[in-house]
Design a protein around this ligand. Structure first.
Ligand SMILES: [Zn+2]
Length: 284
């Protein structure tokens, strides 16, 4: 198997994270401290990737000051870490349209900073993915500018158990509006809606040419229970682990579990690498 691209890894400035949120990650105080330090050590991150056979990771960050503690400074953080290995560390950042005066201008600023994609997290940012149709027009400016600049937008889909998360925003179907209104925007539905909305995500990926799913956060051993028709949309599915989120212990172990499913080689290639290369314009 050639080198793998993990589209969903949380390299984040843990010092910004609220204590209640950090407690939810678990893993015990010693490992917590080690992980918090690791977030600032690109060489160690790269060494872990090498051990797991991972060529590139997308480092997922977003702005959610109220619920998680993450401010707009996460963008400088992610761009800064990526500068150590721009070919391998792909920074995703975020714009919270309620916390910035000019959301479209902020997307431009992030692109100039080196941010390659955006993350929208409805249950943690407390708005629906289609809130631009209602009370949050600034969110439309974010999608519009991301579309114009060719920046993929990843949207968290499915429930969250972090303290304070609003799971009325967990349903992926509002992303149907985004795909209709911004047809040239690449949308990645993170977690494929797990654990409640996989069928909706499967529908959206089949309906819209630029909508993809990532399988992060789904236990790989049970992937085909969650997405039994995955091979039918193999050109729309992206590998991701969500490491080091609650319940995800290792980049490499997840990968071995996925390979052990015995999916056709061509499906494995598309999911683990080919689809991400197509989205980002990397050589296959
Ligand atoms: Zn995540």
């Amino acid at each position: 198997m050639e080198s793998v691209i993990d589209i969903h890894v949380h390299i984040q400035p843990w010092e910004e994270m609220r204590p209640e949120a950090r407690a939810k990650i678990g893993k015990g105080p010693a490992e917590q401290a080690a992980l918090a330090a690791l977030m600032h050590r690109p060489d160690e991150i790269l060494a872990r990737m090498d051990r797991a056979g991972v060529e590139r990771i997308a480092m997922i960050n977003y702005v959610a000051p109220d619920l998680m503690g993450f401010t707009a400074a996460v963008n400088e953080f992610a761009a800064g870490i990526a500068r150590h290995a721009p070919d391998r560390l792909i920074p995703f950042g975020g714009v919270h349209p309620r916390h910035v005066a000019d959301p479209g201008g902020e997307v431009e600023r992030l692109r100039e900073l080196g941010i390659r994609g955006l993350k929208v997290h409805p249950p943690h940012q407390e708005f629906a993915a289609n809130a631009y149709l209602f009370e949050l027009p600034g969110l439309g400016r974010v999608y519009e500018k991301a579309q114009a600049l060719g920046m993929p937008v990843m949207v968290h889909t499915g429930t969250s158990v972090f303290p304070g998360a609003r799971n009325r925003f967990a349903d992926p179907m509002p992303c149907d509006d985004v795909a209709v209104d911004f047809p040239d925007l690449t949308l990645i539905l993170a977690h494929a809606g797990r654990p409640l909305y996989m069928e909706s995500c499967f529908f959206l990926a089949r309906r819209h040419p630029n909508v993809y799913l990532d399988v992060s956060g789904i236990p790989p051993k049970r992937l085909l229970q969650y997405l039994p028709r995955l091979p039918e949309i193999a050109d729309k599915v992206l590998w991701g682990t969500d490491w080091p989120s609650p319940g995800v212990d290792d980049l490499g172990a997840n990968l071995q579990d996925f390979l052990a499913l015995g999916l056709p080689l061509e499906v494995q290639r598309q999911v683990l690498r080919g689809n991400a290369c197509r989205i980002f314009g990397w050589p296959p």
